[in-house]
Every structure is written in C-alpha cells, then in structure tokens.
Design a binder for this molecule. Structure first.
Ligand code: ADE
Ligand code: ZN
Length: 320
C-alpha cells in the first residue's frame, strides 16, 4: 500500500506538523507548550474540542515565514514517503500573520518556495485551500476571504472552513464564501463531522460548496445520501481522524463503505495525521482490512479524488 500513488484532498498544514518538529521550534524560541504533548512524545488531547485547543497551542510556535517553509518541507517529505503524489492542504491567514495581507503574502511566498523544492526533489504536488476558522467568527472569516481572493491563482485554488462545527451556522459565513467564489476559488467546508445531516444541507444551500470536508454523518439521512449521490458531491472522508476523535468506535463501523455503495463519491484523506497517529498508508491498510478493498479499489478512489481536485487540467493530467 505504501508505494501505491495517492491523491489526498483534505489535510491541514499545521495539523500535519510532526510533534518533534513543533517541540524543536518551541525549544528554539523558549516557549513552554509542554501541555501539548503526551508522555510518548505525540500530541495529547481528550476530545475534539480539546484537540482544537492543542492544535492552536502547537501552531503558536509557528511565528515566521521561515517556520512555515520548514514545516511545509517536513510535511511534504512525510506525505511523499507514503506515496502521495498530489495533496491539498488547508492554510490559515489566521495563523500566518493574523490575516494581514502583506504578512500573508510573505508566508505564502515561503510555503510556495518549499512546495516548489519538494516538487522538484520528490515529485509531490501541493495546492492550497485557504481556510477560515469557524469558531473565530464571521468577521475574521471575511478578512480571511479577502486574503484568499487577493492571492487566488495557480497555487491557491480553493477556499474552505474548518474549526468547531457547533459554533454558529454555515450561513453566517456566506459573505466569505461568496467573496472567494467571485475570485474564482473552488469551495469546500467541514460539515457532517460534529454537525448532523442538516449541517451538510446548510453547506450546500447556504455556502454553495462543491465538496464537503468529512460529510460522513449524511449516512443518518437517506434522502441526503441520495441527494449527494445525484449531485455528485465529493466527500473528503478522513476515517482515521473520525475514529481517533471517537465519532465511530471502529473501522468496520465507519460509514465510508455504505456511502460508497449508495453511489456517493468518497475520497480518502488523513486530516491531521500525527494528531491521529495515522498516515495515508495506514488509512489504506485499515480500510483494506475492514472492507476487503484492494489495490484496484484504491486506484478508483484516487481517480475520483483527482477529478475532484481543485487544480487546473494540466496538473490533473499529471496526477491521473
Ligand atoms: N481543524 C483541523 N482539523 C479539523 C477537523 N477534523 N475538523 C474541524 N476543524 C479542524
Ligand atoms: Zn479537517
């Protein structure tokens, strides 16, 4: 499974930071973030809401464009080692210069330089989905969307939203999504992870997104499953993340197979791999064990993902 070429649509750049990398940065800067780590050296959290706090504490060590340059290289090196040939990563102006456009441009420049280096050395292609953070509220999302709109292009190809799905409503963020759409960005949002089926309906109706981050709780609503299948809405499913965060007790209980059987376009991603002790190889191995999927099944998933990728046709042709 490790060497099988993989297309990944849903990771968070800071969430993919190896814990040793974050610990090293904290030491260099004399920052005490010891509460972030478990005794085994990994990240420690007790539930999703605690995870968001630990994520933000770990991210507080990333304070310069140079830090993001190093982070991007470390993350892409790890992904490439697991056969990932194309990856889309959520990036937040909230964490990169505090939504200030000129600072955001500097962070972006550093990230893009690292991406070009990784592509030349390892062949892995990175595209960026600028993301607002739902629990930071609609006003910050508006500033984030303006940063995204100003820098939209070949590298920044999408706009999305992560964070606490139970904070506010999807529709509160419509201005930000409209702004991003008008700038030519493709749209996705986290929905149907901690929110139920209605959060997916709201994402489609109020934000008019074309993909859904997670979306797995659609399984609780038959009519919605049919709607997703008919409209060919692609789900960025992250099974290991859902299991690590306690959304489903085990791999066999995960709805990805039932959604696929009912004709929903599902793809496979890691979300925040070191937080959830996962990699793309591990996702494939566990799914193969749980559902009897083989290399041909995974090739099909990768074709779906490549077609749903927020990239231009030339890039897609290199991935397919
Ligand atoms: N940010 C990072 N990982 C996330 C997740 N799984 N859900 C929502 N926001 C996130
Ligand atoms: Zn996510």
């Amino acid at each position: 499974m490790k060497s099988l070429p993989k297309v990944e649509l849903h990771t968070h750049l800071e969430g993919a930071a190896p814990p040793a990398f974050i610990r090293g940065l904290a030491q260099e800067k004399g920052m005490d973030i010891s509460g972030v780590f478990a005794p085994d050296g990994g990240y420690a959290f007790k539930d999703f809401w605690h995870f968001l706090k630990v994520y933000e504490a770990a991210t507080s060590t990333l304070t310069t464009p140079e830090d993001y340059h190093r982070l991007t290289l470390a993350v892409l090196e790890e992904s490439a080692a697991h056969g990932v040939i194309y990856t889309e990563s959520f990036m937040s102006p909230d964490f990169c210069g505090g939504r200030d456009l000129s600072a955001w441009r500097e962070y972006l420049h550093a990230i893009q330089e690292a991406a070009a280096q990784a592509e030349a050395q390892m062949g892995i292609i990175l595209r960026a989905v600028v993301t607002c953070v739902r629990h930071f509220g609609p006003e910050k999302a508006r500033e984030t969307a303006l940063c995204a709109a100003e820098t939209a292009g070949d590298f920044i190809t999408g706009f999305g939203m992560g964070g606490d799905e139970q904070s506010g409503k999807q529709g509160d963020f419509a201005w930000a999504f409209d702004c991003a759409r008008e700038a030519g960005l493709r749209l996705t949002t986290h929905a149907g992870e901690w929110g139920g089926p209605q959060s997916i309906r709201d994402a489609l109706d109020d934000l008019r997104v074309e993909r859904i981050g997670h979306g797995v709780r659609a399984i609780e609503d038959d009519a919605l499953v049919d709607h997703l299948a008919e409209r060919e809405i692609v789900l960025e499913v992250c099974p290991g993340s859902n299991i690590a965060l306690g959304l489903y007790p085990d791999w066999q209980d995960h709805p990805i197979e039932r959604l696929r059987e009912r004709g929903v376009k599902v793809t496979i991603s890691t979300d925040d791999p070191p937080f959830f002790h996962t990699t793309m190889t591990r996702e494939y191995d566990r799914l193969a064990d749980a559902f009897g999927w083989n290399e041909d099944s995974f090739r099909d998933f990768n074709i779906v993902a490549a077609h749903a990728a927020f990239c231009d046709t030339e890039t897609r042709a290199r991935v397919l």
